[in-house]
Design a protein around this ligand. Sequence first.
Ligand SMILES: [Zn+2]
Length: 284
Amino acid sequence: MPAHNSKMLRTLFERLTRSSSVVIPDQLWTSTLASLPFMLRLNADECSRLRKLASQLLSQKQMTGAAGLELTAAIQVNIAMQASLPVLNLGLDWYRGWNSIIVYPREFLVPRELTDDDGVVHQYVEPIAGEAWDGGPLLLSWEDAQQSATAGGAAYSVVMHEFAHKIDLLNGDADGVPPFSSVHKKLSTARWRRVMHDTFERFAAEVELIEAELPADLDLESDTEERYFARLPFDAYAAQDTGEFFAVSSEAFFVAPQRLRSAFPEWYALLTEFFLQNPVALHE
Ligand SMILES: [Zn+2]
């Protein structure tokens, strides 16, 4: 039985009115901020706007615990805080058109079907940390959502990754080309496509090069493999397609911006124009 969050919100948060935002307790807000190192760059004004957005997001979206997860206030605030960062200067309207967030305790199994070149249909289950359905819910693993950081590996935030897909899906396929609005004066789809495809090709070539270097007897589950990929500015999964490239780049943009900017300055600049934020500037 999924644990719907409205009861939780009624008991843990004081609702102002039916349609307005929920109130996030000070202590919970502060401890959640402290648990996400990439939030440190935000100044007091940005923090207070982030908190407002997170409160509104909690009241607008329906968050549900699945597979036995008890949806605590800490879980809800953590996810809402991470989800609000990409739209800090864009607004929650960028998450329009869907309203359900389903949270699993850990990676969950999704049934898949694949037709191979011979027309044979293969059915299997895939363990995943998150998924964004077009027009439907956004699915997350809480265990993975908590691991947002750069420690010990590539920049990681499954929350921002899935919410970036939702932005990308606003104008059709998750193809890495989000819609632009009146705040994006200098952006054009043609310029976005050119820079993104060029960067994607370079990144994918680098991934191929690393894969060619991997010793044949390498244990793919071991940490050794990670060492080979460590020279990439972000997760090799981004080489999958341009939709994943945009989602993984968005995670890296907020979690480890310096590495992204050093590797791909033009792509980084384009992302600052889209998100209306410059995460590196505040570190310097
Ligand atoms: Zn993805």
